[in-house]
Design a protein around this ligand. Structure first.
Ligand code: NAP
Length: 276
């Protein structure tokens, strides 16, 4: 029951109306009997929103598009990995001290390592935006070689140079033709996402049955990219795995309890299926 002791957490972004984070986190709080509530805040004024979070002693919040980079300048501390990536998706408020983390990174890495060894392998990262950066740094930290394939070459080169700044020689730019040399391909672009479900970030002709293929798009759960890969016999990983992984890490940062991942997974799938 919500009462005067309820701790408030949430997500800030714009737009936010389709976020599945409230359903996922509230299911987890309810399952563990924790007196927390998770809300979605559609924010146009980030400066004002952060001031409000401090003033109202909100326990923490997730940050989504378009604020994952902008939020950094408002924080008192930024975790080392988030600093490297240059993006924050989770903020914890300890008595007015705001600390930023990037749980997208560990969410993606945990989803990958559940299916494939990363050390010494080449991981192709399609896209070089915020999520692409999180995946590229995460797999480089695990000892993988990163092949960045991005529509805009200069942005891809920027990511390669920042990864190499921390993990010397572990990243390079490539093209679709270079995917044949990769063991793992991760889509981090929005291509294939609802409502444009006919799109794919990588044409089937570039896929091999030996590829492990992950799509971080989670709506729909099975994208055309994953369907194409499955039809060739590839091992596939859907975006819900990363989504629940990042959410579980954030949950643990907010309340210090082990996240009930199964409950979170069911809540996300139930909501996504209801929207089809
Ligand atoms: N599963 C999860 O937990 C999770 C977590 C975070 C994000 N996501 C999803 O990941 C996706 C990307 O998020 P983001 O924050 O990284 O976005 P972003 O910062 O805007 O980056 C988007 C990237 O995709 C590329 N791109 C966009 N449209 C493209 C197109 N039509 N063809 C080829 N490349 C295209 C962009 O290339 P250019 O550089 O050429 O513009 C850029 O590299 C979103 O769909 C988001 O929902 C999922």
């Amino acid at each position: 029951m919500i009462d005067s002791k309820t701790k408030v957490v949430g997500v800030v972004g714009k737009p936010i109306g389709h976020s599945v984070s409230p359903a996922m986190h509230n299911a987890a709080f309810s399952n563990l009997g924790l007196n927390y509530v998770y809300l979605a805040f559609e924010v146009s004024d980030l400066d004002g929103a952060i001031g409000g979070m401090r003033a109202l002693d909100v326990r923490g919040f997730n940050v989504t598009i378009p604020y994952k980079v902008d939020v950094l300048k408002y924080l008192d501390e930024v975790d080392g990995l988030a600093k490297m990536i240059g993006a924050v998706n989770t903020v914890v408020n300890d008595d007015g001290m705001l600390t930023g983390y990037n749980t997208d990174c560990s969410g993606a890495v945990d989803a990958l390592v559940s299916k494939v060894k990363l050390k010494g392998r080449t991981v192709a990262v399609i896209g070089a935006g915020g999520a692409g950066r999180a995946v590229a740094f995460g797999v480089a930290e695990m000892g993988a070689h990163v092949l960045v394939v991005n529509r805009t070459l200069s942005r891809g080169e920027g990511l390669v140079s920042s990864v190499n700044g921390f993990f010397a020689g572990s990243a390079e730019c490539g093209t679709m033709d270079d995917l044949k040399d990769a063991s793992v391909i991760v889509n981090t672009t929005p291509v294939g996402m609802m409502p444009d479900v006919g799109g794919t970030p990588v044409l089937k002709k570039f896929l091999r049955k030996t590829h492990v293929v992950m799509d971080i798009v989670y709506n729909p759960v099975e994208t055309r990219f994953l369907r194409d890969a499955k039809s060739l016999g590839c091992v596939t990983i859907n975006g819900v795995e990363m989504f629940v992984g990042q959410g579980a890490k954030s949950f643990e940062l907010f309340c210090g309890k082990k996240a009930p991942k199964g409950v979170m997974w069911d809540a996300v799938l139930k909501l996504l299926v209801s929207r089809v």
